[in-house]
Design a binder for this molecule. Structure first.
Ligand code: NAP
Length: 226
């Protein structure tokens, strides 16, 4: 089935913004970028290429159907306020939060009250928030290997339509989606990113630090036990 192009607004102008924006612009979506620094937004749009455009924060919300938040965790509230989130500009909009409140060098979680995903929902009332794309490095995308080895992006959120949208954008990255629960699960997903970074900091490939579990066999096992 042919994908439907959506207007993807990226809030953030750094590495992840460019990496995701490139893939989605290449997939035919209309990508706009904004941030606190207009020069950085223009540079990011240029790096994304295609028809991607930088827009001012005040014009951002009116142009987008999906917002992808790719700013440093420390700037999360400021960035959402910049685009009018606090005034309801993102009400009803799918807002995908990619941020990590994690010290990248150590994997240690920064002290926060609750998850970043839930913070987005509080700061941008009415937004349909999905936590996604925080675990894999932007450089992972697009994945172009065999389908049965494609990365699985674990996501969570409360609105089925927003989860579906995030799932379609995940497909464009070449990945698959596992919906693990509502937005209340965001902290657990965020801690998984910290766990991965901690294992890396300890000198190991995190792929080797989780069990290899085949759900088909697991289900067959419980069916037998019952
Ligand atoms: N890079 C990855 O592969 C990756 C993967 C998964 C998740 N993430 C997460 O995605 C987010 C962005 O990561 P990144 O690697 O793209 O970082 P980055 O390259 O350092 O870019 C950070 C972005 O955040 C903005 N920012 C910082 N403080 C701000 C503030 N107070 N108000 C508004 N904007 C502010 C910066 O704006 P200026 O340009 O004005 O400084 C810049 O646009 C982080 O939360 C990170 O944990 C990154």
């Amino acid at each position: 089935m042919k994908e439907i192009a959506v207007n993807v607004g990226i809030l953030g102008t750094g590495n992840l913004a460019v990496a995701l924006g490139r893939v989605w612009a290449g997939a035919g979506h209309l990508v706009v970028v904004t941030g606190r620094n207009p020069e950085n937004a223009s540079r990011a749009a240029g790096q994304i290429g295609g028809a991607a455009q930088a827009v001012g924060p005040a014009d951002f919300a009116a142009q987008v159907e999906v917002v992808v938040v790719a700013v440093a965790w420390e700037g999360l509230e400021e960035a959402l306020s910049l685009v009018g989130g606090a005034d309801g500009s993102l009400s009803g909009v799918t807002v995908i939060d990619c941020t990590n409140a994690v010290d990248y060098a150590t994997g240690q979680l920064k002290p926060t009250s609750g998850s970043a995903g839930e913070l987005v929902a509080r700061v941008a009332p009415g937004a349909h928030v999905v936590k996604a794309f925080h675990l894999f490095a932007g450089a992972s995308w697009p994945y172009a290997g065999p389908r049965d080895s494609a990365p699985v992006v674990a996501i969570c959120g409360d609105q089925p339509e927003a989860l579906e949208r995030a799932g379609r954008l995940t497909e464009d990255l070449g990945a698959r989606t596992a919906v693990v629960g509502g937005l209340a699960s965001a902290r657990q997903l965020e801690e998984a990113a910290g766990f991965v970074m901690r294992v890396v900091a300890a000198g190991w490939n995190p792929r080797l630090a989780v069990p290899d579990v085949d759900p088909a066999l697991l289900n067959a096992g419980s069916a037998t036990a019952n």
